[in-house]
Design a protein around this ligand. Structure first.
Ligand code: HEM
Ligand code: HEM
Length: 176
């Protein structure tokens, strides 16, 4: 068991965060697919879409933790294989932070109460919603979400492609 990263391999904490968040984001994709493809009266729609906001909040909290851990390990983790790979990973981080943050801002600005996992996070308020808090997510949330899902598919495809090409350095072994 190796807690911290080293230049050869990501440590246990980084790997648990990477694959654990992978599962949570996969769940988030299922909630979106349920919203798009199922009738909004159906039980499956209610079951999956009913968890979208809570799952998004969980992603936000986990990515903050993961970001702090990544910064603490910056000087020792395996070096990026290329500049595009590095920029791609930074983009994934930015999207994982900005997407739920703007959605939470919109949630607050809507004036509607939000009680994730039964915890009263936003009590809600009377009167008009706050436009400047609602606007960014209304403009960006949905398409930025689809962009994140698409980049993740590209990211996984690159990792598998590198493993299959003997000319390329295998990176899957250092994250697995
Ligand atoms: C990384 C986290 C998140 C991702 C990837 C994500 C992704 C998405 C996507 C792709 C859609 C569009 C679905 C459609 O086409 O019908 C959507 C809609 C929505 N999301 Fe999220 N979401 C996240 C976090 C959150 C959070 C934290 C909240 C609220 C607290 C939230 C609230 C909503 C709402 C209310 C909608 C429907 C309105 C709209 O399309 O903007 N999401 N989300
Ligand atoms: C929700 C899905 C995923 C996200 C958001 C994600 C994000 C990231 C990020 C930000 C990194 C940089 C290291 C770090 O800070 O953790 C990384 C590394 C890596 N990811 Fe993912 N990843 C996801 C899924 C996958 C999948 C499905 C695969 C493979 C099939 C994969 C393979 C890898 C590999 C091999 C590395 C190490 C790359 C290197 O050492 O240069 N990831 N991932």
């Amino acid at each position: 068991m190796q807690t911290w990263d080293n230049t050869e391999r990501y440590g246990t904490v980084s790997r648990v965060l990477h694959w654990g968040m992978g599962l949570v984001i996969l769940w988030q994709l299922l909630t979106v697919l349920a919203r798009v493809f199922f009738d909004d009266e159906s039980a499956l729609y209610g079951f999956f879409w009913g968890t979208h906001r809570e799952t998004g909040l969980l992603i936000f909290l986990l990515v903050l933790l993961r970001g702090v851990w990544a910064l603490a390990n910056l000087s020792r983790r395996p070096p990026s294989v290329s500049l595009p790979a590095k920029l791609g990973h930074i983009t994934l981080y930015l999207l994982m932070i900005v997407i739920p943050f703007l959605a939470l801002l919109r949630q607050y600005g809507s004036g509607r109460a939000f009680e994730p996992f039964g915890i009263p996070l936003f009590p809600g308020f009377e009167g008009d919603s706050i436009d400047w808090m609602m606007a960014p997510a209304t403009l960006f949330h949905s398409w930025a979400g689809y962009l994140l899902f698409s980049l993740i598919i590209g990211h996984a495809a690159m990792a598998i492609w590198r493993r299959r090409d003997p000319e390329k350095q295998d990176v899957l072994s250092r994250m697995w």
